[in-house]
Design a binder for this molecule. Structure first.
Ligand SMILES: Cc1ncc(C[n+]2csc(CCOP(=O)(O)OP(=O)(O)O)c2C)c(N)n1
Length: 330
C-alpha cells in the first residue's frame, strides 16, 4: 500500500506540532514526578495535578508571546511550564528550596515567573481574575500590544468577581481571554450540581466573544485560542474559551479514594479513549510528522530531563532560617 505524503499545511506546521507535543509530555512527566515526590513524603504540603488537561495549557500558551501575561490557579504547574518556566526552579519551589521561584516560601500554589509573563498561580478560586484583567487594563493603557490570559476552573463560575471583571473587560475592550477549564469536578462535586444554565451564555451576556472547544484536542484548542488572542490583540475586546477536559488524578495528590464521587470506569474511559497526548501522537504519526520511534525517543528524553530537574532540586539548599521574614508580606 502506498502511503500518502503529508499535506503542505501539515509540513508548514510540523515544528509547531512537535513543540506542542514535547510541551505536553513535559507537563505529564513533571506531574508524574510531583506525584512520586508526594507519595515518597519528599515534598512538603500537597499539589493539584494537571495530568489529563495538558492540551489546554499548551494549546493556549502556544498562541502567546513571551511578554504576554497569564494568571493561573491552584492547579497551575501546566500553565507555568507551558508559558516557559524552568522545571528546575519549579521543583526547587515545590521542595521549599532557596533556588525556587519564590525562594521556597510559596510552594505549588504560588509560583509566579515575571520573566515569562506568569503573574502567578492562586490558591483562591477565581482569585486571579482581577489580576489578569488589571494586567490587560495596563496593556491597553500602555498600548504595548500585550494580551492577558486568565486560566480558571469551572468552579470559578460560582465567584461573583468573574462577572464584575467580564463586564469591565467588555466595556473597556480589554485584551483579556478567560480560559475556563471544565474538568467536570470542583473538588468532589460534579459541575452539573453547582452550575445552572449555559456556561457560554454567561460570557456572551456581557458581549464577550465566546467559544467552546474539546480540551483534549491540542490543535483545536490552539486554533480557537489563536482567534481569541488575535482579536484581543487588535483591540476587538475580550474573549472566553470553554475547554472541556478531565483531570486524571484526584482533586489533590492525597485524594486517592474517589469512587464515592466518580467511577473508576469513567476515569478509565477518559484515559484510554480521550488522552490528549496519545491521540495527538497518533495524529502526528498518521500525518507523517514523526515516526513511532522518534516520538518514543522524544518521550524518553523529556522524562530524563524531568528526573534531572528533580535531582537538581533535591541537591540545592534550603533557605537559611534567618531569611524567614525576607520577601514575605503580611
Ligand atoms: C474562594 C475559595 N473557595 C473555596 C476554595 C476551596 N477550593 C480549592 S480548589 C476548589 C475547587 C475548584 O474547582 P475548579 O475551579 O473547578 O478547579 P479544579 O480544581 O477542578 O481544577 C475549591 C472549592 C478556595 N480555595 N477558594
Amino acid at each position: 500500500m502506498t502511503s500518502l505524503a503529508p499535506t503542505p499545511q501539515v509540513i508548514e506546521k510540523a515544528e509547531l506540532w512537535l513543540r506542542m507535543y514535547r510541551q505536553m509530555l513535559a507537563i505529564r512527566f513533571f506531574e508524574n514526578q510531583v506525584n512520586e515526590l508526594y507519595t515518597r513524603a519528599l515534598m512538603p504540603g500537597l499539589a493539584h495535578l494537571y495530568i489529563g488537561e495538558e492540551a489546554v495549557a499548551v494549546g493556549v500558551c502556544e498562541t502567546l508571546e513571551r511578554t504576554d501575561y497569564i494568571t493561573s490557579t491552584h492547579r497551575g504547574h501546566g500553565h507555568c511550564l507551558a508559558k516557559g518556566a524552568s522545571p528546575d526552579l519549579m521543583f526547587a519551589e515545590l521542595l521549599g528550596k532557596k533556588a525556587g521561584y519564590c525562594k521556597g516560601k510559596g510552594g505549588s500554589m504560588h509560583i509566579a515567573d515575571p520573566a515569562t509573563g506568569n503573574l502567578g498561580a492562586n490558591a483562591i478560586v477565581c482569585g486571579s481574575a482581577g489580576i489578569a484583567t488589571g494586567a490587560a487594563f495596563s496593556a491597553k493603557r500602555l498600548a504595548n500590544g500585550r494580551v492577558s490570559v486568565c486560566f480558571i476552573g469551572e468552579g470559578a463560575l460560582g465567584q461573583g468577581v468573574l462577572y464584575e471583571v467580564m463586564n469591565l473587560a467588555e466595556l473597556f475592550k480589554l485584551p483579556v481571554i478567560y480560559v475556563c477549564e471544565n474538568n467536570l469536578y470542583s473538588e468532589y462535586t460534579h459541575f452539573s450540581e453547582t452550575t445552572a444554565g449555559d456556561i457560554l451564555a454567561r460570557a456572551t451576556a456581557f458581549g464577550l466573544h465566546a467559544a467552546s472547544v474539546d480540551g483534549q484536542n491540542v490543535r483545536a484548542v490552539y486554533e480557537h485560542a489563536q482567534i481569541l488572542v488575535e482579536r484581543a490583540r487588535r483591540g476587538a475586546g475580550p474573549g472566553f474559551l470553554l475547554c472541556n477536559t478531565y483531570r486524571y488524578h484526584g482533586h489533590h495528590v492525597g485524594d486517592i479514594n474517589r469512587e464515592y464521587y466518580r467511577s473508576r470506569r469513567e476515569e478509565q474511559t477518559w484515559k484510554t479513549e480521550r488522552d490528549p497526548i496519545a491521540n495527538f501522537a497518533k495524529w502526528l504519526i498518521e500525518q507523517k510528522v514523526a515516526t513511532v520511534k522518534e516520538l518514543d525517543e522524544l518521550s524518553a528524553r523529556v522524562e530524563t530531563e524531568m528526573k534531572k530537574a528533580v535531582e537538581f532540586a533535591m541537591a540545592t539548599p534550603y533557605p537559611s532560617p534567618d531569611e524567614v521574614a525576607e520577601d514575605v508580606y503580611a
